[in-house]
Each structure stands twice: as structure tokens, then as C-alpha cells.
Design a protein around this ligand. Structure first.
Ligand SMILES: [Zn+2]
Ligand SMILES: [Zn+2]
Length: 664
């Protein structure tokens, strides 16, 4: 028997190690940098502790701390430290679940005697956590059978419920979550840090708490056990954790920036939209200023679509169940649809998508190949059921207006059509000031409808379109919907956040289900390709993204008020009004705020409203036909600017629309 094992590394090489070597030994053997950065190791695809012995012939990949998987381990380990700190400070506290989440982690607790955490407690808890980190407590894995596991957690009823729930529960999601908590079919795994602190867990964890430290507790919130309002209410502590002090600082800075840009806050401050409880969750109303911006977005989009050869259609909001049976939505999309309504012996649904209706327009008469491609466009409002817990301002609503198009084309037209389409999409996004793109190409999944050769043709065409657009993209192998490969276009906003916006999808299902045809040059009937395409995605969501991207300081062409005129004294008001009339006649959106309050306050208010130009007019201006110009984002006004000169420059700026103005 050999005393050497061989492991295979991700780069295809292999490495010999003494029998009994661990992931930590492997990292040390490869290099000191890696030994410092490794937090876990994947062994044949399973995330494993660095301290575990490596089997012979395994495929291994070290998990380092600055990757998502590595951060996951750091965050999850920090959550254990949080639970230990809370049980130290509140003896008898019960701890329920504590998973890593995006950018951080949380842990749910029940304090003895119905006590509540206050925000001030977070500091004390953090202090205790730092002491635990300083102690360098090892994370030691233990495995138990179910009975032992129940004994181990006898005074922790939530852990007991998790252990007992496995096997007994029929809820697959809960069972899956519980496996994450360290319960397999008949075994329980746990991690112990001190003789007294142990947590039910699948792992892996960092070898020692000394590996942690760049964390911060963020807030306390209420959460029901199992998310069920009939079960006990717990208190959730949220935290964030990172691999370095700098990464933590960056994250906190991004949060601060995001907070300043929160579209829900800005939406109220700038009087753009709100969500009346009288209407219901996820159903916004747009106020005049928000409505104006929305109109400008739609007008621009309509004009561009017209130039690009689209035909405008309109379809209703309800349709009979039979339509959605034929389209298949009722069999694979029903969970996202609104409940049905009965009318005159038929069942109606609010439409979740516009596609079936556009198809009926296509099908209303015969088409010759000479007419293709046919591009049908509509701002179509669709209704999708979203649970109230996931609604998120304009970013996730229940009534969605899509800038939706369906394109019907021949097989030969597919590749050029997709290339044009992608260029069109990117051009429109650029006009709205979004210039950093990334895309994802999702290809054929294992289960699919349609012919493999057609899938290949469409996937190649989508790939070629991405190549010719020259935007970076990744391929998500097998992640297309069963009926369509697609491109998702993501944009980066002003603070580097990534948003998914546009989608281009080649559909192999609907043309078949609706037996779409065209008559070819050979006089035979052929099935057209169908492309689904939403560009903003939804106007509501895109609006929310724009508010955050610009931090409410919309580029001049989209600003509800483009210029505001402030007379210094009442006797300058007449001049202010004639100036407003002049600019208005040139198509500028302008208003006047009279001199009933001090000038300083009016200028400040104009800045708060993020108006691109606040114009001040006084004695000299009235005499000389000039204005004082306070441009947004500039500290000092330009004085004595001739009115004509200002008006010309403003008009040129508006006409150049999307000329990306960097936001504040
Ligand atoms: Zn754990
Ligand atoms: Zn569609």
C-alpha cells in the first residue's frame, strides 16, 4: 500500500501528497499565497473543510476567500460566531437558522423572556464576536445519528424541529433548506467551536474563527419561523462579512451610495410616483412629473421603433383561458398568473404576456415571404402574480408594461435580424445613458422542444450577434428555457451595480403550437422563426433603474423641469415671465418661482429638485437681456449670460438627448 495520494487539480495537473493530507496541506504545498487565501476545498464537487483528509484520486479545487463561494464560507462561519456571541450574552437564547445570503448573512433568534434586541445591542454583540475571533476557536465537525443529534440540541427547539422535520416533511423547499442545516437522511452534522457552543450545520467552515474578522452587523428585523406568520416571531440580525478590510469598506460605501439613490425615496422626494395602499401592493401610480418622464421614454422608444421598421399593434388585457391553454402558459406559467374570472360561461385571465395576442394578429391572414420580417410592437401591460414579500418598489411590480415586440422571420433572416436587433437594443440603452453592457447567452437545456438543428442555428445566430456587437458575454450552457435560447443583456449603473434589462429570445414552441406559416418563394408553406424581444424589460423597472443610475438627476432631455427662473425681486417677475414664455415657445420645460420667499431658499429648492438649470434674473439682467445660470452640479453660477446664447446651448443639449451626463 502506497503512502502517497494523488489529487487532480482544476487546471488538469495532478499532485502527489502524503496520505492523510488535507486541503490546507494542499494549499500550503502549492504556495503561501494560496494557503492564506483558501477557506475551503471542493472534493469531487462537494464543498469540504480544509481540515478534512483528502481521498486518493479525488478531483480537488481550493476555494479562496475573494470568490463568491469563498465569501459564502466566510459569511456562514461569521453567522456561527454571531450565534455564539448572542448565546454568551443572553444565556438561554434560542437560535434557529443562520444562512449566508448575498453580500452577508443573517441569524434568527428567540431571546429568553420575550426580550428584544435593540440597535444598541448590535455593538455589544459585535464586541463579543471580535473577542471570539481573537480567541482563534477551531471549527470542529461532528457527526451524529438522529437520536444523538436530538439529544445534543435538546434545549434548542428550532434545531430539534429541523432534525425531526427531515423525512417527515412533504415540503421539498423546507427539506432542502434543512439539509443545508446539516441533516441528511439519518445523520446529523454539527460544528463545535467551544465545549458549550455547537451548531447544526452541513459545513464547510473556515478552520478557525481567527480566519474571520472583516464583518459588521447591519440591522435587526422581525422574521417568522419558517416564514409562517402562524409560527413564533423571531428576531433576525443581519450582517455582512468580507475577505478583507478594503472589501468590507467598499461594500459599506456602495450601500451608502445605493441608499442615496434608492428610487423609492427619490420617487417620493421628487414627486414622481407612489404605491397607494388603496390600490394594492406592487401597483404604482405615476404623478405628473413621473408620468412626463415615462411619456418621454415611451415617445423616444416609439420614434426609434418606427424608424426601425416596427408596426404598432394594440391588444387587450384579458383573454379566455383557451388562449393560454393553446399557448401553454396555463400549463407552465400558471403560478405567475392572476386568478381567473368567470364571465358568461367562459373563464378569463389577465394576460401574463403579450405573445399569444401578437400571434393572433400574425395569424389573422396569410403571409408571403416577401412581407417578412414582420415586427409587431406594443407597450403592453401584463399582470404577474408576485408574492408581497418579493415586491420591491418599481423594480418588482404586479402590473408590468413591457416594450414588447415579436418578430416573425424566415430561417435565412434570423441571423441578420438578431444582429440588427441587438444593435438596436444597445443603441436605445445608450440613449438613456447606460453604456456598460454585459450579456449572457443561455443555450439548449436537456429537455427542449423543437429540432436540434434549429436550436443550433438560433444559438449560433445569437452568438454571432453578440460577437458583432462586441460586448462581453458569457455562455450559460443548458440554461435556456425549454422552448428558446436567449440573450440577456445586463447593464452596469453609475455605481457599478449590474441590472438585467433586455432579452432576445428565439422561440421554438409558439410557432408550432399556433401552427404559424408563411408562403415561401417555392409556393410551399413554411414555419417562421419567432423572436421575443423586450428592451427596457418593463417600463416600471427601467424607470426605477434610471432613477437610481442618475440618483434622480435626470439628463436634461428627460428632466420634468429643465429650467427654473427665479426673479430676485417682485419687480423682476415680468421679465422672468417673458423669458419663460420665450423658452417655452422653443420647447423647453420651464417654470417660474416668484420672489415671495428669499432667493437663497429658492435656489436650494431648485437644487434639491435636481433641476438642470436654475436661472436667476435681477436688475442687470432685465437691462441687458441676460440671465444668471446655475447649472446642476456646478458650484458657481455663470452671470450675465445672453438669453439667446443660453437658449441655443440648452436646445442643443436637449436635442442631443442621451449624451451621457455623469450623475452626481
Ligand atoms: Zn454552519
Ligand atoms: Zn413574447
Amino acid at each position: 500500500m502506497s503512502d502517497i495520494i494523488t489529487v487532480r487539480l482544476p487546471d488538469g495537473s495532478s499532485r502527489d501528497l502524503p496520505v492523510g493530507s488535507t486541503g490546507a496541506d494542499l494549499a500550503a504545498a502549492i504556495g503561501r499565497g494560496l494557503a492564506k487565501a483558501a477557506v475551503a476545498v471542493e472534493v469531487d464537487g462537494t464543498p469540504t473543510d480544509l481540515t478534512a483528509t483528502l481521498p486518493d484520486n479525488a478531483r480537488v479545487a481550493l476555494v479562496t476567500d475573494s470568490t463568491e463561494a469563498g465569501r459564502h464560507v466566510l459569511r456562514h462561519s461569521t453567522a456561527h460566531v454571531l450565534a455564539q456571541a448572542v448565546t454568551d450574552l443572553w444565556p438561554g437564547a434560542r437560535y434557529a437558522i443562520g444562512p449566508p445570503i448575498e453580500d452577508g448573512f443573517y441569524y434568527d433568534f428567540e431571546l429568553p423572556g420575550g426580550q428584544h434586541f435593540s440597535e444598541d445591542d448590535l455593538e455589544r454583540i459585535e464586541e463579543r464576536m471580535r473577542a471570539i475571533v481573537a480567541e482563534g476557536q477551531p471549527f470542529v465537525r461532528e457527526e451524529h445519528d438522529l437520536e444523538e443529534g436530538l439529544k445534543l440540541f435538546a434545549d434548542q427547539p428550532y434545531k430539534v424541529e429541523i432534525i425531526q422535520g427531515v423525512g417527515a416533511t412533504t415540503d421539498a423547499a423546507i427539506a432542502e433548506a434543512d439539509r443545508g442545516e446539516g441533516v441528511a437522511a439519518n445523520a446529523v452534522s454539527a460544528y463545535r467551536n467551544t465545549p458549550s457552543f455547537v451548531d447544526l450545520c452541513r459545513g464547510p467552515h473556515v478552520p478557525s474563527t481567527a480566519r474571520l474578522g472583516h464583518f459588521k452587523l447591519m440591522k435587526v428585523a422581525a422574521a417568522y419561523w419558517r416564514g409562517d406568520e402562524k409560527r413564533p416571531q423571531l428576531q433576525r440580525i443581519y450582517g455582512t462579512a468580507w475577505e478583507s478590510k478594503a472589501a468590507l469598506a467598499d461594500h459599506l460605501h456602495r450601500l451608502e451610495e445605493a441608499e442615496k439613490r434608492d428610487h423609492r425615496r427619490l420617487g417620493a422626494e421628487l414627486d414622481l410616483f407612489h404605491f397607494p395602499p388603496e390600490i394594492g401592493g406592487g401597483l404604482p401610480v405615476f404623478h405628473p412629473k413621473g408620468g412626463l418622464i415615462r411619456k418621454l421614454m415611451e415617445d423616444y422608444s416609439r420614434t426609434e421603433h418606427e424608424k426601425a421598421g416596427y408596426q404598432f399593434v394594440w391588444t387587450p388585457h384579458l383573454a379566455k383561458s383557451t388562449l393560454f391553454e393553446q399557448s401553454g402558459h396555463l400549463s407552465w406559467y400558471a403560478d405567475s398568473m392572476y386568478p381567473p374570472m368567470e364571465m358568461e360561461g367562459a373563464t378569463y385571465y389577465p394576460k401574463p404576456m403579450n405573445c399569444p395576442m401578437h400571434i393572433l394578429i400574425y395569424k389573422s391572414r396569410q403571409h408571403s415571404y416577401r412581407e417578412l420580417p414582420i415586427r409587431l410592437f406594443e407597450f403592453g401591460t401584463v399582470y404577474r402574480f408576485e408574492r408581497s414579500g418579493v415586491l420591491n418598489g418599481l423594480l418588482r411590480v404586479r402590473g408590468i408594461t413591457q416594450d414588447d415586440a415579436h418578430i416573425f422571420c424566415t430561417h435565412e433572416q434570423l441571423a441578420p435580424e438578431l444582429a440588427n436587433l441587438l444593435a438596436f437594443v444597445l443603441g436605445l440603452l445608450r440613449a438613456f445613458g447606460l453604456t456598460q453592457f454585459e450579456a449572457e447567452l443561455a443555450t439548449r437545456p436537456e429537455k427542449f422542444v423543437g429540432e436540434p438543428e434549429e436550436w443550433d442555428q438560433a444559438t449560433d445566430a445569437l452568438g454571432d450577434a453578440l460577437e458583432s456587437a462586441g460586448i462581453p458575454y458569457s455562455v450559460a450552457e443548458g440554461e435556456g428555457a425549454f422552448y428558446a435560447p436567449k440573450i440577456d443583456v445586463h447593464v452596469r449603473d453609475a455605481i457599478g451595480r449590474r441590472w438585467q434589462v433586455s432579452t432576445l429570445q428565439v422561440d421554438f414552441q409558439l410557432p408550432q403550437r399556433f401552427e404559424l406559416e408563411y408562403v415561401g418563394a417555392d409556393n410551399n408553406r413554411h414555419r417562421p422563426f419567432m423572436i421575443h424581444r423586450a428592451l427596457f424589460g418593463s417600463i416600471e423597472r427601467f424607470f426605477g433603474i434610471l432613477v437610481e443610475h442618475y440618483a434622480g438627476a435626470f439628463p436634461t432631455w428627460l428632466a420634468p423641469v429643465q429650467a427654473r427662473i427665479l426673479p430676485v425681486r417682485n419687480d423682476h417677475e415680468e421679465y422672468a415671465r417673458s423669458l419663460a414664455a420665450d423658452l417655452g415657445a422653443q420647447g423647453v420645460r420651464v417654470d417660474v418661482v416668484d420672489a415671495d420667499e428669499p432667493l437663497g431658499g429658492r435656489v436650494r429648492r431648485g437644487k434639491l429638485e435636481k433641476i438642470p438649470y436654475v436661472l436667476v434674473v435681477g436688475d442687470d439682467d432685465v437691462a441687458a437681456g441676460t440671465v444668471g445660470v446655475n447649472a446642476r452640479g456646478k458650484d458657481r453660477p455663470d452671470r450675465d449670460v445672453p438669453v439667446d446664447q443660453f437658449a441655443r446651448a440648452l436646445r442643443a443639449e436637449i436635442d442631443s438627448l442621451g449624451s451621457p451626463e455623469s450623475s452626481t
